[in-house]
Write a protein that binds this ligand. Structure first.
Ligand SMILES: Nc1ncnc2c1ncn2[C@@H]1O[C@H](COP(=O)(O)OP(=O)(O)O)[C@@H](O)[C@H]1O
Ligand SMILES: Nc1ccn([C@@H]2O[C@H](COP(=O)(O)O)[C@@H](O)[C@H]2O)c(=O)n1
Length: 206
């Protein structure tokens, strides 16, 4: 009988601490039971666009993400099948030619800004968490992260934030928190929230 994983979704603003929460869960629970997949892996292929055109894409709008492929993958995992997840390179605003095999481990965690917007996608998750970190904190963290790790400069982070990141948060991401089972204040280092989540996941695993 193929193993049916528990599917966990962690949504919230960019730089709200979604990846940190997911990574901490992997560290603190038995890692062989857990896999983590970023929604960013599902950004649509932009090979047909020049770099100048790719910079203009609104990466915070649901249309930028291939939620059909994500839905197909979530359904495959539920049936105990392995999936080939695209890999993403922020410096070229595109998928690479590589894919990553993810097998249906006991728990598969997806983390991403728009996971709860599409009704078909969000209903696949057995547990839905929303990171409720203040936007000013997210912006400061995003500035540091995008300059250090995603090859951006301060001017581009700020203009992207004003033009798309903040308005799309208000239009799509913030309203999607109503679909969460648990709202997590203060982000990925919230010890009590972490312990509650670990207890719940352990109960489901065993
Ligand atoms: N509670 C926290 N305290 C301090 N730094 C944090 C906290 N949560 C996240 N960070 C840092 O902020 C940045 C963005 O966090 P990350 O988990 O990548 O956000 P997301 O996955 O939501 O975009 C990272 O550099 C991370 O280490
Ligand atoms: N080429 C890209 C693709 C995405 N982004 C930004 O990433 C954010 C989502 O990722 P998080 O890890 O921060 O949740 C999203 O807000 C996009 O603006 C980008 O800048 N460039």
């Amino acid at each position: 009988m193929p193993q049916k994983p528990i599917l966990v979704g962690i949504a919230g603003a960019s730089a709200s601490g979604k990846s940190l929460l997911a990574e901490t869960l992997v560290e603190e629970l038995k890692s062989e039971h857990l896999s983590v997949i970023s929604e960013d892996s599902y950004y649509k292929d932009q090979s047909h666009l020049s770099m100048d055109e790719r910079v203009l894409t609104n990466y915070d709008h649901p249309d930028a993400i291939d939620h059909n492929l994500m839905l197909q993958h979530l359904q495959m995992l539920k049936q105990g099948e392995a999936i080939q997840v695209p890999t993403y390179d922020y410096s070229i605003h595109n998928r690479t030619s590589e894919t990553r095999t993810v097998r249906p481990s006991r728990v598969v965690i997806y983390e991403g800004i728009l996971l709860f917007v599409n009704p078909d996608v969000r209903k696949q998750f057995d547990l839905r968490f929303y990171m409720d970190t203040p936007l000013d904190i997210c912006l400061i963290r995003r500035l540091q992260r995008d300059i250090v790790s995603r090859g951006r400069d301060m001017e581009s982070v700020i203009s992207q934030y004003m033009e798309t990141v903040r308005p799309m948060f208000q239009q799509f991401i913030e309203p999607s928190r109503q679909h969460a089972d648990l709202i997590i204040p203060r982000g990925g280092k919230n010890r009590i929230a972490m312990d509650l989540i670990k207890t719940k996941i352990n109960t489901l695993i065993n």
